[in-house]
Design a protein around this ligand. Structure first.
Ligand code: GLN
Length: 500
């Protein structure tokens, strides 16, 4: 039995009943990483000793007869944006190279407390800015379906690690699509929870009003199990929601068993098609919509006219917030320090360090954001973007008066070749056309696999969007869709993924 091909739920059950030990499971995944990561480059850091020590703790707890959590002993890959005590955290940037955090992010802490085994830290676009992982200061990640193509971004390492069977679970963060777009192009499941649903404490800030951590997995149930571990109120994050976590696991189980969607009203977003959308992506999406109807859902078209301005608003708000958040990398507090030879002022050292430590995209956004926030331009740029943000939220509100969830393709195209859009920021930004409205409104959204595009044989994602705090609806619909797809077309990743 190949332990790396089991789901997290299956692994947890076998560890709990003693069929396998957590150490054996960790070793199998570490061996897989050894075998394939030279090609995939999903990891920036593999924490072999830490993983095996945690696995041993789970085995010992089980031997003592302690009750284990639902994912105890299951391995996981953590995006390198979360702080981990004693384990390097770079956020994909040279400016944090060599920094060892003195504390755990709340997400890290909850994973450890639940007995998950953190295998290592995954590659990402620098400070989560990008859609291809090519903005990582440490080289790109390959898409396990075709190593010459992008695994998505910014969380390409997390998505690739689960698509390459290096880990059954991973954690990502989504500011404009960085969990869902990588999920779509790697044939995996990715969820952006409701804003405030998962603590941002210790999650290095890019755009604080948009950033949200969430689960990545190969199945909807696995994503739900992980969601439940990391979600919930955290007094250390002032934007954390003080309310019970939506019943995501129950919803995923229910969806998988009762595949019918009778009584569910589903809206197809009219704005998410047309120019720039690949034929094969739309074909799979239209088939998915037909399937939703067959499952008993009432499907209607809804219009969200302000979505056309979402990308423009996002590329003012996100850079504005990043220009402020990234001011803390001043050469005095963390990681890199350049030019500190006793002859230069603190200001000169800061400037030399930021020049050497930040990559081109990060600098572009700091400049854009600083400009948009400057006196005289603030109202015209940042202020207008905030007004558009309100209009987008209103579009969602009126859509959700008519339907329970919205659906769209997750991305306009399948995975594009590495190198194709690196020098063309506008083309790169278009990869997030369908994923950007949700973070602007703060609601919840998921990407589930929806077959392969006929023209290139690469995965296509179906995006499901639910109102804020109704994350369980994503899992209910996602699990039904997954079960129905699987019965009809098989599971792309589990049955068709090419060997590495
Ligand atoms: N690709 C988008 C960007 O570059 C979204 C990134 C993200 O969600 N972190 O900003």
């Amino acid at each position: 039995m190949d332990l790396t091909h089991l789901t997290a739920a299956e692994l947890a059950a076998r560890i709990a009943d003693g069929t396998v030990s957590a150490v054996e499971v960790a070793e199998a995944h570490l061996a897989r990483i050894d075998a394939v990561d030279e090609k995939v480059h999903a990891f920036l850091h593999v924490d072999r000793d830490g993983a095996l020590a945690q696995a041993r703790r789970v085995d010992e707890a089980r031997a003592r007869g302690e009750r284990l959590g639902p994912l105890a002993g299951v391995p996981l890959a953590l995006k390198d944006i979360f702080t981990t005590t004693g384990v390097p955290t770079t956020c994909g940037s040279k400016i944090l190279e060599g920094w060892i955090p003195p504390y755990d992010a709340t997400v890290t802490r909850r994973l450890k407390d639940a007995g998950l085994v953190i295998l290592g830290k995954t590659n990402m676009d620098e400070f989560a800015m990008g859609s291809s992982t090519e903005n990582s200061a440490f080289g790109p990640t390959g898409n396990p379906w075709d190593l010459t193509r992008i695994p998505g971004g910014s969380g390409g390492g997390s998505a690739a690690s689960i698509a390459a069977f290096q880990a059954p679970l991973a954690i990502g963060t989504d500011t404009g699509g960085s969990i869902r777009q990588p999920a779509a192009v790697t044939g995996t499941v990715g969820v952006k929870p409701t804003y405030g649903g998962v603590s941002r404490y210790g999650m290095i800030a890019f755009s604080s009003s948009l950033d949200q951590g969430g689960p990545c997995a190969r199945t909807v149930l696995d994503a739900a199990l992980l969601h439940e571990v990391i979600a919930g109120h955290d007094p250390l994050d002032s934007t954390s929601i003080d309310a019970p976590v939506p019943p995501v696991v129950e919803a995923a189980r229910e969806g998988a068993h009762a595949v019918s969607l009778a009584g569910m009203r589903i809206g197809v977003v009219a704005e998410f098609r047309g120019e720039g959308y690949q034929d094969g992506v739309m074909r799979r999406f239209d088939e998915a919509v037909a399937l939703l109807r067959e499952l008993g859902a009432e499907v209607v078209e809804v219009s969200c006219p302000s979505f056309d301005k979402a990308l423009a608003a996002y590329y003012l708000i996100a850079p504005s917030e990043c220009s402020s958040n990234l001011a803390r990398f001043d050469a005095m507090r963390y990681g890199l320090r350049v030019g500190d030879d006793g002859t230069r002022s603190a200001e000169e050292v800061t400037s030399l360090t930021r020049e050497a430590g930040f990559g081109a995209e990060v600098k572009r956004r700091i400049m854009l954001g600083t400009y948009a926030l400057s006196a005289g331009y603030y109202d015209a740029y940042y202020g207008s973007a905030q007004k558009v943000r309100t209009l987008i939220s209103r579009d969602f509100d009126s859509a959700f008066e008519r339907v329970d969830v919205l659906v769209s393709p997750t991305t306009p195209t399948t995975a594009f070749p590495l190198g194709e859009r690196v020098d063309d920021p506008m083309a790169m930004y278009l990869a997030d056309l369908c994923t950007i409205p949700s973070p602007l409104a703060g609601n919840a959204a998921m990407s589930v696999p929806c077959g392969l595009a006929p023209e290139d044989g690469l995965p296509v994602g179906l995006q499901i969007i639910a109102p804020a705090l109704a994350d369980d609806r994503l899992y209910r619909v996602g699990a039904s869709v997954e079960a129905a797809f699987r019965a009809r077309w098989g599971h792309p990743l589990l049955e068709e993924a090419p060997a590495l």
